[in-house]
Design a protein around this ligand. Structure first.
Ligand SMILES: [Zn+2]
Length: 215
């Protein structure tokens, strides 16, 4: 059957980028990521420390970043998300599509309406507050199918250093919701999942010196 969209099958041996290159050469149609390409909890890549990307980023690494961003943006478009069965997300990290490299994409608005839209290479938290913050509703992850309730303690404010696709160094100062999203994504580069931070005995134990975010 004719399909405008080519689904990728990243778990079948070749790398995702091999597929993209091949499909584009054969069909001229740019592929997109769907939930099939997102690996789930239990897959070993999610627990690996991802590799730094050589700078400036290669064409291939830039393409990976763009695919991640495209998924996040598509997933927030109701019509596209419904058509392709995309779970909505605000960020995605390369290890989640089985590419163990330090690349993330985020696209969201914070509670004050400020937009954050970044493809970042080798992002690193270079400083953080002592004060913590947590999402009152808990966190979710495209790689974790079940809902795991509980407070996830994060730093309330962080400074992230990262590189853009031209290899230019960026410094982002982030607080509360934005800081939480970036910490979730950067954790993926270190093999950490959000529920690792939840208190197993008492998931809703109040967190000392922490700002509740959202409702
Ligand atoms: Zn996640």
């Amino acid at each position: 059957m004719y399909s405008k969209t080519i689904r990728l099958h990243s778990q079948t041996g070749k790398t995702l980028l091999d597929y993209i290159t091949l499909k584009m050469r054969l069909t001229g149609v740019k592929p997109m990521i769907t939930m099939k390409d997102i690996i789930r909890d239990g897959h070993p890549t999610l627990r690996k420390v991802a590799k730094e990307v050589p700078l400036p980023p290669s064409k291939e690494d830039i393409e990976t970043g763009k695919l991640l961003m495209e998924y996040v943006q598509n997933s927030q478009n109701e019509e596209i998300a419904a058509r392709y069965g995309l779970r909505p997300g605000v960020g995605l990290a390369a290890p989640q599509i089985n590419v163990s490299k330090r690349i993330i994409a985020v696209h969201f608005e914070d509670y004050s309406g400020k937009t954050y839209s970044h493809i970042l290479f080798n992002p690193k938290i270079i400083s953080h507050s002592v004060e913590k913050a947590y999402l009152v509703s808990g966190e979710g992850c495209l790689s974790v199918d079940e809902d795991i309730p509980g407070y996830v303690p994060r730093y309330a404010r962080i400074t992230v250093e990262a590189y853009d696709e031209e290899g230019k160094k960026l410094r982002l100062r982030l607080k509360e919701y934005a800081a939480i999203v970036f910490q979730h994504e950067i954790d993926h580069l270190n093999g950490i999942l959000f529920y690792d931070h939840i208190d197993k005995e008492n998931p809703f134990k109040p967190i000392d010196n922490a700002i509740p975010v959202g409702q």
